[in-house]
Design a protein around this ligand. Structure first.
Ligand code: AMP
Length: 502
């Protein structure tokens, strides 16, 4: 059987070609039949443009139905899709094009000139533009292509996409994902989360990232479900649309922002059956407050660009706050210490994963790839975690964020939780800063909450001294109006380290 991911998805499409696939903000509907014919046109265009199986197709475009046709068309043509965050600036795009050498670069209309310059310098042979309303040369050319296309025969091991890691530290690396990687994760998630007839996905995530492009979209397509396909997250609009939707996927900041809406009530979400959170840690307060306001229990899961989802809280059993649940079927997850030796429950160590969903390596970085896999084929995620006695995994932080002070390990998450529990604190981030005596000094950056006017650095330090070991207590506390976050809601600790390092 053809292992091309598109072929797998298409086998699950509804038999009625008029069944709705995308429902757009202006009420326009794109049927499954149209998705099939549009993706055929884009696939045809790519082949006509000289894209051969294995060639990369880079796209730095806004979210739109056409952007989705391009992704699916690329799969169908056997190309390797390379989505780029529209927030990336010239220097970053220059790096991605030079590194990935795509056969086509699709850019936004307002960036056409710059894109052509960069493409020329990186020897990328072709540039098209695509705007958020479907304007530009790409869609115009696609419209001239036939609406039938025989999806390329792919092996499971053929590359389907390269996603550059969002990289809160260091240079972005291109994670190579195969048709098998994406298919394995899509099938598992669709089943584990209990997708069923009648489901409608509210899709407000960006589609340059694993969360919105793969997790959300593949689940809906495998279910033959409609997606309420919105250009971006907007809490008020979300509440309106939840009256017609059943499943929502978001990053924790989406939930925090929904909680700021008076309209978030039990009635407003009565039609919804599942709220999924991930890509960054969900604060227990958000989890608790969401349940109190809506009666709905957020389902937190954990994964990354390099393999999609690894663990999830169970839909049908206890969703344990502060944890990311159990390893998904088909994904082995272990927590290890020195020498990659697995640790017993309760101990903190490095999280490693293995399974069909786990990527095959970093683009043109064989050395780096070798370093990141163990001899027995587990990928070193770079996350620290701990299994509890019942098998729920908790994420403790990134190993790069681990602070070593006076030779002792400090996990920022533990200190952040203690600070966040103090009255008047909205949130906090704990970082290690270079220190002559200690190597690194535990340092806290605190955002005041509504009743936080009276908070002082001395007060916080004094309060912590009674609760946690002295070496873990921050040597300094700084206040900030907010914490810098990337597009997926992750706190950018590298920026905090730069800002507060003396
Ligand atoms: P990305 O590749 O951009 O999806 O980022 C993956 C990283 O996000 C993981 O390695 C984790 O550090 C973090 N992450 C994802 N989901 C969660 C979660 N539920 N809780 C805590 N961290 C998470």
């Amino acid at each position: 059987m053809n292992e091309n991911l598109y072929a797998l998805l298409a086998r699950a499409f509804p038999t009625d070609p008029d069944a709705p696939c995308l429902i757009l903000p202006d009420g326009r509907r794109v049927s499954y039949g149209e998705l099939e014919s549009q993706s055929a046109r884009y696939a045809g265009l790519l082949v006509a443009a000289g894209i051969k199986p294995g060639d990369r197709v880079a796209a730095q475009v806004e979210k739109s139905p056409e952007a989705l046709y391009l992704y699916l068309g690329c799969l169908r043509a056997g190309g390797v899709f390379l989505p780029l965050n529209p927030a990336y600036q010239r220097g970053e795009v220059e790096y991605f094009l030079g590194d990935a050498r795509p056969g086509l670069f699709v850019c936004r209309p307002e960036k056409l000139e710059e894109a052509q310059e960069l493409a020329w310098a990186a020897r990328v042979p072709l540039v098209h533009d695509l705007g958020e309303r479907g304007e530009g040369s790409l869609a115009a050319k696609a419209a001239e292509m036939p609406e039938i296309f025989a999806t390329a025969e792919s092996a499971g091991s053929d590359l389907a996409a390269i996603l550059y890691t969002s990289g809160t530290t260091g240079r972005s690396k291109g994670a190579m994902l195969t048709h098998r990687n994406l298919a394995a994760n899509a099938l598992v998630l669709h089943q584990y989360w209990g997708f069923r007839p009648g489901d409608v996905l509210l899709h407000m995530l960006p589609i340059f990232h694993v969360h919105g492009l793969f997790v959300a979209t593949h689940c809906a397509l495998l279910n033959g479900s409609p997606m309420l396909f919105e250009p971006k997250f907007d809490p008020q609009r979300a509440l309106q649309l939840m009256r017609d939707a059943t499943v929502f996927m978001g990053v924790p900041t989406y939930y925090a922002r929904l909680l700021q809406e008076k309209g978030l009530t039990r009635e407003a979400v009565a039609h919804m059956r599942l709220f999924i959170s991930g890509s960054a840690p969900l604060l227990p307060e958000t989890f608790d407050e969401f349940r109190a306001r809506t009666g709905q229990v957020l389902l937190e899961r954990y994964g990354m660009t390099e393999g999609g989802m690894f663990t999830s809280n169970p839909p049908e059993a206890e969703r344990r706050v502060g944890t990311v649940g159990f390893p998904l079927p088909g994904t082995e997850v272990r927590v290890v210490g020195e020498g990659d030796a697995p640790l017993p429950a309760g101990e903190i160590g490095h999280i490693q994963v293995r399974g069909d969903n786990v990527f095959v390596g970093y683009w043109q970085m064989p050395e780096k790839t070798r370093e990141e896999f163990t001899p027995d084929g587990f990928f070193r995620t770079g996350d620290m975690g701990r299994f509890d006695a019942d098998g729920y995994l908790a994420i403790i932080g990134r190993d790069k964020d681990l602070i070593i002070t006076g030779g002792l390990n400090v996990y920022p998450k533990e200190i952040e939780e203690a600070i966040d529990a103090l009255p008047g604190v909205a949130e906090s981030a704990v970082i290690g800063l270079p220190h002559l005596d200690f190597g690194e000094a535990v340092t806290a950056v605190v955002v005041r909450g509504r009743e936080g006017a009276g908070l002082s650095a001395e007060g916080i330090i004094a309060a912590l001294k009674g609760q946690i070991a002295g070496f873990k207590v921050p040597k300094a506390v700084h206040f900030a109006d907010d914490l810098p976050r990337n597009a997926m809601g992750k706190v950018q600790k590298n920026l905090l380290r730069q800002r507060f390092a003396r």
